[in-house]
Design a protein around this ligand. Structure first.
Ligand SMILES: NC(=O)c1ccc[n+]([C@@H]2O[C@H](COP(=O)([O-])OP(=O)(O)OC[C@H]3O[C@@H](n4cnc5c(N)ncnc54)[C@H](O)[C@@H]3O)[C@@H](O)[C@H]2O)c1
Length: 319
């Protein structure tokens, strides 16, 4: 049985990952940590530590205190925010990873999960069904940090036998926690605004297709790759992972099936330039073959889940 530390547990993914891992291993086997406190559900559901991912001594102390075996490193600065603070983003995204990899190299922990992103690709990458191995010339600081991170993961595996596992998450959509400043955040905002305002102005333009995924699929993939036999995880940089691919107008049609008067217009900003460098869709056959990945949730099903849950959230809010 692993003893798990999640670093960056209060974010969009960490919040749901913490719940899923606690359901699986019991609340006391999963230590949530972040530089700030999270929502009430997370804070009350089990052990929590305030932890700065850039402080290697502090991470080591918590690892020793709780006899941690597996670390899930979710702390990072995301794409849109990172463009505003490039060196801070590099510092957080790189140093946190190296601290955790060093703990694994020194055999203080056994297994590491670290998420990469579709941001590792760039404008010279083939856009449709982007292969696992292809041209990678990212032009955002976030993408550069993720690509460098992938190289470090593979290096630590080859050189020191570190058991590090990674997925290139697409844009993730969920209703429990707000997204943390990425380029695909519009795909969450749109559901909130559909319910509160009946209309949404998208910061990405019509025709902007991006790889996307509903959060349950992403959590399932994360747990699956960590559960897989060591030998099954053949790629130690990071795996492509595909859920669905859609543009804002596809979301409009999907939402109108529930809210017929919903209106979408467009006012693209700097995030359009980022989105334009990313793939439309990715080929995840390596993840399917190596550790049995398959996605389950498509756009219309996701729309139904999002609108149903957000509707009850706003109803409670207004009481
Ligand atoms: N959400 C997505 O769509 C998406 C897509 C691709 C990859 N990813 C990757 O998944 C990981 C988690 O993403 P997320 O969407 O949950 O991000 P998020 O921004 O929602 O959460 C990140 C968390 O890290 C915490 N954090 C920031 N600085 C910290 C520090 N110094 N020490 C400790 N904690 C710190 C924040 O407080 C926050 O709770 C990141 O590596 C991100 O790059 C996310």
């Amino acid at each position: 049985m692993p003893n798990i530390l999640i670093i960056g547990a209060c974010g969009q993914i960490g919040t749901e990952l913490t719940v899923a891992l606690r359901d699986r291993y019991g609340k006391d086997a999963v230590i949530a940590s972040d530089i700030r406190e999270g929502n009430e559900e997370l804070m009350q559901a089990g052990p929590f530590e305030i932890l700065d991912a850039t402080d290697s001594a502090a991470i080591e102390k918590i690892v020793e205190k709780h006899q941690i075996t597996d670390v899930y490193l979710m702390a990072a600065m995301l794409s849109a925010v990172a463009e505003k603070h490039p060196l801070k983003a590099w510092d957080l995204n790189m140093n946190s990873l190296l601290h955790v990899l060093n703990l694994a190299r020194d055999k203080k922990i056994e297994k590491v999960f670290w998420p990469s992103s579709i941001a590792v690709f760039g404008p010279t990458t083939p856009k449709d069904h982007t292969p696992q191995r292809t041209i990678m010339e990212p032009t955002t600081v976030y993408g550069i940090s993720k690509q460098a991170g992938e190289r470090w993961c593979e290096y630590y595996f080859n050189k020191y036998g570190v058991d590090v596992r990674s997925i290139r998450y697409p844009g993730l959509i969920s209703y429990k926690t707000l997204p943390g400043g990425g380029t695909t955040d519009y795909a969450v905002d749109i559901y909130h605004k559909a319910l509160t305002d009946g209309q949404y102005t998208s910061f990405l333009d019509q025709g902007t297709y991006l790889p996307m995924m509903y959060m349950d699929d992403a959590i399932h993939a994360t747990i699956s790759i960590m559960d897989a036999d060591r030998e099954a995880v053949k790629i130690r940089s990071s795996y492509n992972l595909s859920g669905m691919s859609f543009a804002p107008e596809d979301m409009e049609v999907s939402i109108q099936k529930h809210i017929p008067d919903f209106k979408l217009d467009y006012n693209p900003d700097f995030r359009q330039d980022i989105a334009d460098t990313w793939p439309n869709s990715v080929d995840d056959s390596a993840a399917q073959e190596d550790w049995g990945w398959s996605s389950k949730i498509a756009l219309d099903e996701m729309t139904e889940i999002m609108l149903t849950n957000l509707k009850s959230y706003y109803k409670k809010e207004s009481l």
